[in-house]
Design a protein around this ligand. Structure first.
Ligand SMILES: CSC[C@H]1O[C@@H](n2cnc3c(O)ncnc32)[C@H](O)[C@@H]1O
Ligand SMILES: [Zn+2]
Length: 449
């Protein structure tokens, strides 16, 4: 499918415009003036109409325009393993079920499954995602073909990879991908050591050096389970966070996924070093890993963003569902309904995500000069009526399926819930066929064990 070009100048307008995560910033009968991939102006519809009377306009009289959501931790191709193994703790799930089938993955599967997740993300309001996986160039190609904004990286660990074979090749591949995508406007390559329990200290150090030398984001799973903390203490006498710090990996371009098991010293260290946290509450709940101390991290000034993790541990990539879970879980575990307010949660899903990816100047809010990454929701729905407070509805009542239009860098990638850059029916049919092949692989793996 060829990508439709963005009209040079267009007006997107609706009943409400929420340019940030704050109710006080809401503009009634608002509009966004888009010039190419950039926001030229935001304001009242009547004012922008008066100044630009003849522009093409996408108007939703019952709609809400808001920033596109940012999913900061995904394994997009894991959509092909959705529902394959559930109701297990992380290490059993990974070692006995996921790693064996991943060892037989190929490029075509990764490409198809990544595109399926991108379709699901766009249909639920996400306009940017940060992905770690095998055959990661296929994730980048899927993003490129569909017009999605993406940070991606090839996973690095001590064992051989079905993608690059020996580790040395993986480090070289990562460097090459960073160079290859350096000038791409929507896609950025990152450095991705999997975790402290799959990467030896030497590998972690080399990843830190590569990220520093190439000024790249370093993404890692950190302190996800009690098992990880215990293993790290036994092996290195340190918590996972202090272990990474000793190896020089904690800094402003570090994005740590999960961060469930942190002590006070770890939290202070993450704050001091400027590390951002990708909070994946639904995956952590489903794998029974625990609940990350997000209110305490926020109190310490840590940038908190949201991630869904892969579709095999969530089991979807819908950030609206994630926001609802995030806001409620922390109230429940802290016995305090004031923590993780709707506005705080919405910030984490938008500007927090952008900041975690080093793109706070580019995306995450709607403002002149920023990229035109925005979504439009249909508010004319029973579950969104009446309306007193927009962040409240977005976090506690809205669903991904309420998103009707989506623009990424000024390009309309979904119009009236029809994907414009993806042949949705074809992808679903292909994935159904692939599911049968994955099942066959799984049966082979099981009988050979
Ligand atoms: C090969 S890229 C990513 C790698 O991580 C595995 N994975 C998926 N979810 C998690 C998680 O929550 N913690 C640790 N590792 C995870 C995935 O299966 C891939 O192997
Ligand atoms: Zn993960």
């Amino acid at each position: 499918m060829t990508l439709p070009a963005a009209p040079p100048r267009q007006l997107i307008s609706a009943r409400y415009l929420l340019p940030t995560w704050r109710q006080q910033d809401c503009i009634e009968d608002g509009a966004v003036l888009v010039y190419g991939d950039t926001i030229e102006a935001i304001g009242s519809r009547s004012d922008l109409h008066r100044r630009h009377p003849d522009l093409p306009e996408l108007h939703e009289p019952h709609g809400l325009i808001m920033p596109g959501l940012v999913n900061t931790h995904t394994h997009a191709p894991m959509s092909c393993f959705r529902g394959l193994a559930d109701d297990l703790p992380l290490m059993t799930w990974l070692q006995d079920h996921i790693f064996p089938v991943e060892a037989r993955l190929d490029r075509e599967t990764v490409r198809l499954a990544a595109e399926l997740s991108i379709a699901e993300m766009i249909k639920s309001g996400t306009t940017s995602f940060c992905d770690m996986y095998l055959f990661a160039d296929q994730v980048a190609q899927a993003a490129d073909a569909t017009g999605m904004r993406c940070w991606f990286g090839e996973v690095l660990y001590d064992f051989d990879s079905p993608c690059y074979g020996a580790l040395e090749n993986g480090l070289r591949l990562t460097g090459d991908l960073i160079e290859q995508y350096r000038d791409h406007s929507l896609i950025t390559a990152t450095v991705n050591p999997h975790s402290i329990y799959t990467c030896a200290p030497e590998l972690l150090e080399r990843c830190g050096e590569l990220a520093a030398d190439t000024v790249s984001l370093l993404v890692i799973h950190l302190a996800e389970t009690q098992f990880e903390v215990q293993t790290c203490r036994e092996r290195y006498g340190l918590t996972p966070t202090r272990h990474l710090d000793r190896l020089g990996l904690l800094g402003e371009r570090t994005l740590a996924a999960h961060c469930v098991w942190l002590d006070d010293g770890d939290i202070e260290l993450l704050s001091k070093r400027g590390v951002s946290v990708a909070h994946c509450v639904e995956s952590n709940l489903k794998l029974a890993s625990g609940v990350a101390p997000i209110p305490r991290l926020l109190d310490h000034g840590v940038t908190v963003a949201l991630g869904t993790d892969g579709s095999a541990s969530n089991n979807d990539v819908d950030l609206f569902a994630e926001m609802s879970s995030v806001a409620k879980v922390h109230k429940g575990v802290n016995l305090d309904p004031t923590v993780m307010s709707a506005e705080t949660t919405l910030r984490a899903a938008t500007l927090g995500g952008a900041e975690a990816l080093g793109a706070g100047q580019l995306i995450g809010t709607l403002a002149p000069g920023k990229q035109a990454d925005l979504i439009v929701l249909d508010l004319d729905q029973p579950h969104l009526t009446p309306l007193y407070n927009i962040p409240s509805h977005l976090v506690y009542a809205a669903r991904g399926a309420d998103v009707i239009h989506s623009l990424i860098a000024g390009r309309l990638v979904m119009k009236q819930r029809q994907l414009q850059t993806i042949d949705e029916a074809a992808i679903i049919a292909a994935m159904q066929a692939l599911g049968d092949r994955v099942q066959a692989i799984r049966n082979t793996v099981r009988t050979s064990c």
